[in-house]
Design a protein around this ligand. Structure first.
Ligand code: FAD
Length: 469
């Protein structure tokens, strides 16, 4: 009786506990991916994520083919697809790695119950977070709301398990089963095809993830603690989309970082980098306990905040990098062109939208969801709520980034701006963050809003919420 391995956000062969389990069972295996656009409550993938998913499935399919295996692609309601395939094959077991957001958890739990009711074994595995969200509890047995004690508690537990190797020997495949064609899923953009910048920047798939990690360890880790906030310097790992699609596991990253020389273990670069992985764990911890993180303020006192819908022209200027503030525009253009934005600039652009344009953070979250290749169900809303001040352990609302000062501090020579806002490339460093001070005629918009007036307006809006509270 064959075993079905159901791939989801774990598009990898190495450190894949469900796959390892299926192989150890010794029966023939069937390898399945389901595009579920039908189950109730699922958030549709954004356009950049669809692009990534297409290429990641191509990469997984090719890796499986090299091992004499085949990836079965099916589209439909996950429950129907999995149960139908189990029937078709007379499967003895279905295995998968756990997902942590709602409604995925409910979908998986229902499928498990239905399979078991039919006499088919169903097992799920711990694979995509270092710590299962329900196992980390505060001293008073509550979920954590503050990062530092959360991460301290994580670090005080047993060292995360070693990653599993990719399978070396494969059992036979289950009888040939029909698969859909990936191209028919139309995950790629066509009219127009805007993916050129993404193709130039990324190699989706497990091999691309492994080479990013390798390059990070060799070339960037030593710069991490000192330069991770400078967008012109390649000091961060860019592993985020690979982690999002599970092309690499946090266990692999953890042990790659902690391998090698023991003396380096507690060094500032490693410690800082692992704590950023810790923020990913924290976001998922929050989402696990608050499934509505992308739609509701984490702190209910923000429910009376006068979040607004800015005029379409203002929103469009932010989205397309035409605000007249160079660091904001560079970030929004980096996102549009490459599907990724540097973390510091994510904070600056988000603050500008929420505070200077007084927009509802959910508008920005939705734009990032559509355009980021690493759009993540937990990290994205957690990041937006952090900036908005409405999140767990968030920046206080009244901390309003000044995009000119942020640019001068983190991109002092303007190298990042020159790369993404070429119309300013000829300005000297002392003018590039304030192009309106230049006497040159520039094909660049004037500032969309006045920084100090919009800052005051935001503070008044916040004060009114406090009064109401
Ligand atoms: P590195 O600095 O190399 O960090 C390594 C890994 O740690 C990252 O790949 C990521 O998985 C995790 N990580 C790093 N910083 C954070 C953080 N602040 N919060 C949570 N996890 C983190 N991250 C996403 O993965 N997806 C998102 O959709 C997302 N949206 C964001 C929206 C806003 C408004 C903000 C402020 C941050 C957002 N982040 C998001 C967090 C962070 O910006 C990215 O994870 C990071 O820039 C990815 O680049 P990197 O892989 O080079 O990071």
């Amino acid at each position: 009786q064959p075993t079905i391995v159901w791939f989801r956000d774990d598009l990898r062969l190495a450190d894949n506990p469900a796959l390892t389990d299926a192989i150890e069972r010794g029966a023939p295996i069937a390898l399945l991916y389901v595009l579920d656009e039908t189950s109730t409550g699922l958030r549709p993938l954004g356009a950049a994520s669809r692009w990534w998913l297409h290429h990641s499935l191509v990469a997984l399919g090719a890796a499986l083919k090299r091992s004499g295996q085949r990836l079965i692609l099916r589209r439909g309601r996950a429950r129907d697809v999995v149960l139908d395939l189990a029937d078709e094959l007379g499967a003895g077991a279905v295995v998968w790695n756990r997902r942590y957001s709602q409604p995925e958890r409910d979908i998986d739990a229902d499928i498990k119950t239905d399979l078991r009711a039919r006499g088919v074994a169903a097992e799920s595995f711990h694979a995509n977070l270092l710590f299962e969200p329900w196992t980390i509890r505060s001293g008073s047995d509550q979920p954590f709301r503050v990062f530092t004690p959360f991460w301290r508690s994580c670090l005080g537990r047993m060292e995360p398990r070693l990653p599993l190797p990719a399978p070396k020997r494969w059992p036979g495949s289950a009888t040939v089963i029909s698969s859909e064609m990936l191209v028919d899923w139309r995950l790629l953009p066509s009219h127009p095809d805007w993916s050129e910048g993404l193709r130039a920047e990324w190699t989706p798939g497990e091999a691309g993830a492994a080479s990013r990690l390798d390059a990070f360890l060799k070339q960037r880790l030593a710069l991490y603690a000192g330069h991770r906030d400078e967008p012109a310097i390649e000091a961060t790992s860019r592993l985020s989309p690979h982690l999002r699609f599970g092309e690499i596991s946090p266990f692999q990253i953890w042990h790659a970082l902690n391998g090698g020389d023991e003396r380096d273990r507690g060094g500032p670069d490693r410690t800082k980098f692992l704590s950023e992985l810790g923020w990913r764990e924290f976001s998922w911890h929050l989402l696990y306990h608050r499934p509505d993180l992308a739609s509701a303020n984490f702190q209910p006192r923000f429910d009376s905040f006068p979040w607004s819908q800015p005029e379409p022209a203002l929103l469009a200027a932010w989205q397309r990098g035409r605000t007249g503030y160079p660091i904001v525009d560079a970030g929004m253009r980096q996102l549009w062109q490459t599907g990724w934005m540097h973390n510091r600039v994510r904070m600056i652009t988000a603050s500008f939208l929420i505070k200077n344009l007084l927009a509802d953070w959910r508008l920005g979250e939705a734009w990032f969801w559509d355009t980021l290749v690493d759009a993540d169900a937990a990290n994205n809303p957690a990041g937006w709520q952090w900036v908005a001040g409405s999140g767990a352990d968030a920046a206080p609302y009244f901390r309003i980034f000044n995009p000119v000062l942020q640019g001068e501090k983190f991109d002092p020579e303007g190298a990042y701006i020159r790369r993404f806002v070429p119309e300013l490339a000829g300005l000297p460093a002392k003018q590039i963050h304030k192009p309106w001070t230049s006497a040159k005629r520039l094909d660049y918009p004037p500032p969309l809003v006045d920084l100090s007036a919009s800052r005051e307006r935001a503070l008044r809006a916040f004060a009114s919420t406090q009064d109401a509270g």
